[in-house]
Design a protein around this ligand. Sequence first.
Ligand SMILES: C[S@@+](CC[C@H](N)C(=O)[O-])C[C@H]1O[C@@H](n2cnc3c(N)ncnc32)[C@H](O)[C@@H]1O
Length: 395
Amino acid sequence: MPNFRVKKIKELILPFKKDEVELEWMAENNNVILIYTKVNEESFFLQIKKEENYFIIKGDKHTKPSKIAYLQKSLQVFKDYFCNSEDIVSEAFAFKHNALIEKTSLIAFDFDQLLSKIKGRIYIEIGFGSGRHLLYQAQNNPDILIIGVEIYNPAITQVAKLAKSQNLSNIILIQSDARLLLSALESNSVEKIFLHFPVPWDKKPHRRVIAKNFCLECARVLGKNGRFELRTDSYEYFDFTLKQFLNFNTPKFSLKKNEKLEISSKYEDRWKRQNKDIFDLWVWNLDRVCSESNLDDFNFSDITFDTNDLIFLEKNFKNFTLKGDDYFLHFENLYQAKRGLIFKIAFGAFNKPEHCYICVNNKIEFLFKKPFKIKENLKAMEKLKKVLKFHFDIA
Ligand SMILES: C[S@@+](CC[C@H](N)C(=O)[O-])C[C@H]1O[C@@H](n2cnc3c(N)ncnc32)[C@H](O)[C@@H]1O
């Protein structure tokens, strides 16, 4: 992470603008000053941390811009206009102007970036592993965007390299649990979902990707004409999946055994060498079920604060975590700013926490981005409203 250390900082008079960098306003607590910074269309916090003999200036890790050059450029501006060169203790950021030009990438670093790249027809492959099937689909369907979702990061880097060497640009890869990815996608937006050789979890079926909610989410994002395709060596997994989809009203199925495909994945090769049977289950015509993901947006309009509330919130603030069945809410830090109290919070699903800053003045608003509308986040935000309403005085 680019940063520099400096003994002294000049008086911070904001807003300040130089070229494309705007330092707009600041928030602070005893240890840290945050500077709300905008470069072109992106905003993030620069962070000034007070150490014993110097300040360390870097980007806040949870709001960092998609282009590292934006951060480097704003550190450069901060150093040039708010520090004297003789006070610089160390410097670890190299800024090259041409770095501001965006590099194309086949990897999306978060759901926001992924959604911004989605246009037109989509296939999804869950747990693509070595990527043979995903690359094959991309080669054979140049007008379709293939979204690959994997929890294992090295597979993502490896497949991105292979896609680049094959000049494939209709691929986006993201590191995520597939169950969370689906809840971030629009209804009726996907044509096919491939799940090939998932880990069977025969002894711990609750860890399977396939579950009631997952099937509801498949039905929502696929729409009636979209198709889910499972290929597995596990008869138990095949049977389990069939039963899950039989809960719909009029599902249609295609079942096959030992069907030869043009492409064989690494796992498929392994199972074939062991003479195992391979099962295919295709499912479509899933009726529209209103799943929980079609919930209202985050709605904070029903809660307002006055000056006394803000005094109590500041006085009673504590760093603590609340846990529900499938979600949590953690209050991490509090900063004071002219525009209100700035809370740093983490929340949501245990395996996909969101980190956000909220500003509380007479109302609550998200700084930077809003979280994804998945049910765990919505539950955490309902809890947040309660905690703030009762000034942290909760049982
Ligand atoms: C047995 S491998 C199969 C890989 C590949 N589909 C093949 O046929 O060679 C299962 C893959 O699913 C990934 N995976 C497991 N659970 C996942 C989840 N919840 N979301 C996304 N990927 C997952 C694993 O990291 C692993 O790469």
